[in-house]
Design a protein around this ligand. Structure first.
Ligand SMILES: Nc1ncnc2c1ncn2[C@@H]1O[C@H](COP(=O)(O)OP(=O)(O)OP(=O)(O)O)[C@@H](O)[C@H]1O
Length: 344
């Protein structure tokens, strides 16, 4: 099933939550909507699900107008951040629920329902929990059951709103991998909302980066990480140093100091220079595009994170390999291995 969204506008009073959003989701894709809080991700997902309505624009499933259909007719499976399981029902009955409430004309007989629920519990690898109640499950198990329940009605589209948002970091990581392989198996067109860049890059085939009511970039995880299209995307994805610079006649200045860095001819005037923390290479003083003094050093997993006060007055945080052995008080030269400059 494909999804096509055209020029979608949604306002709450005079405030635009979505302002001219266009998006095409391919059949069988696992797409992430990634953006900061308030960027319109949930609003977009709810409109696709039929839980909310736009002020204008189009939503089509396989070329057919979805806005003409109610939520039920759209055959969409939905999983929310907070487990929406029925507390008084066993896991088995929770998963069976959607099948039991289907209209009589299409409702399956009891044996078929039981077989289907068993199949779904196998799929999410929790058949051994069938007789438990939701309160007897861990958070991660509840989300997997919520997913099995959403899949019971054989949805044409699966929508997940921060499905792992309430779980601890370790469980989230496990479930990411699990979701990717589950999707590989079932191949239903799926969209999931997250504000966690790592989650989006690790799980999705394509990532839609949103900011303040619009889409900033759509691309593969590699595209959005390696070739951010805008300053916002660069700042949001990957940990970046952002420096205000002035570009004139092919020369970049940080404060008064010209930087020995090349700039393409398209940028001029007040601009932003972005360097990922781990792309800022540390060398001896006098050797860098930037010069500075190390203020603090913390070990941070496989790297040392050093705060460096640049001679121009800015302070930046860089990630250097542990064997560099930086110390507070060291003077260093910094050279960006890669950098990007965006106007504005
Ligand atoms: N029912 C509503 N009434 C008024 N404003 C709303 C309503 N629903 C959402 N908004 C506003 O629309 C904007 C987009 O909200 P939305 O929930 O889509 O963002 P989001 O990107 O999903 O954020 P989060 O990651 O925090 O869930 C926000 O500024 C929000 O305050």
């Amino acid at each position: 099933m494909t999804i096509e969204v055209k020029n979608l506008v949604k306002k709450f009073g005079s405030f635009a939550a979505l302002d001219g959003v266009d998006l095409k989701v391919n059949d069988g894709e696992l797409l992430a909507l990634l953006g900061p809080s308030g960027s319109g991700k949930t609003t977009l997902l709810r409109i696709i699900a039929g839980l909310d309505w736009p002020d204008s624009g189009e939503v089509a499933f396989n070329g057919e107008d979805a806005l003409a259909q109610g939520a039920r007719e759209r055959h969409v499976g939905f999983v929310f951040q907070h487990y929406a399981l029925f507390r008084h029902m066993t896991v088995f009955e929770n998963v069976a629920f959607g099948l039991r409430v289907q209209p009589r004309a299409i409702r399956k007989d009891e044996a078929t329902i039981r077989a289907r629920v068993k199949e779904l519990l196998d799929l999410v690898q929790l058949d051994w929990l069938a007789d438990r109640y939701p309160s007897q499950l861990s958070g991660g198990q509840r989300q997997r059951i919520a997913l099995a329940r959403a899949l019971a009605i054989e949805p044409r589209i699966l929508l997940l709103d921060e499905p792992f948002g309430a779980l601890d970091a370790k469980v989230r990581k496990e479930l990411r991998k699990w979701l990717r392989s589950l999707h590989h198996e079932i191949n239903v067109t799926s969209i999931f909302v997250t504000h966690d860049q790592e989650e989006a890059l690790e799980v999705a085939n394509r990532v839609v980066v949103m900011d303040k009511d619009r889409i900033e970039q759509i691309g593969s995880p590699d595209d959005v990480y390696e070739s951010p299209a805008t300053a916002f995307v660069h700042g949001f994805i990957g940990e970046s140093i952002e420096l205000p610079v002035q570009v004139e006649g092919g020369v970049i200045r940080l404060g008064d100091r010209p930087l020995n860095l090349a700039v393409d001819g398209l940028v001029s005037g007040a601009s932003k220079l972005f360097v990922r923390r781990h792309d800022m290479l540390v060398g001896p003083a006098g050797s860098g595009a930037f010069e500075g003094a190390v203020q603090h050093v913390r070990n941070f997993g496989p790297v040392q994170r050093a705060e460096v006060a640049l001679s121009g007055g800015e302070t930046v945080e860089i990630d250097a390999p542990r064997d560099k052995e930086l110390r507070a008080g060291d003077t260093v030269g910094l050279n960006p291995r890669r950098y990007r400059i965006f106007a504005g």
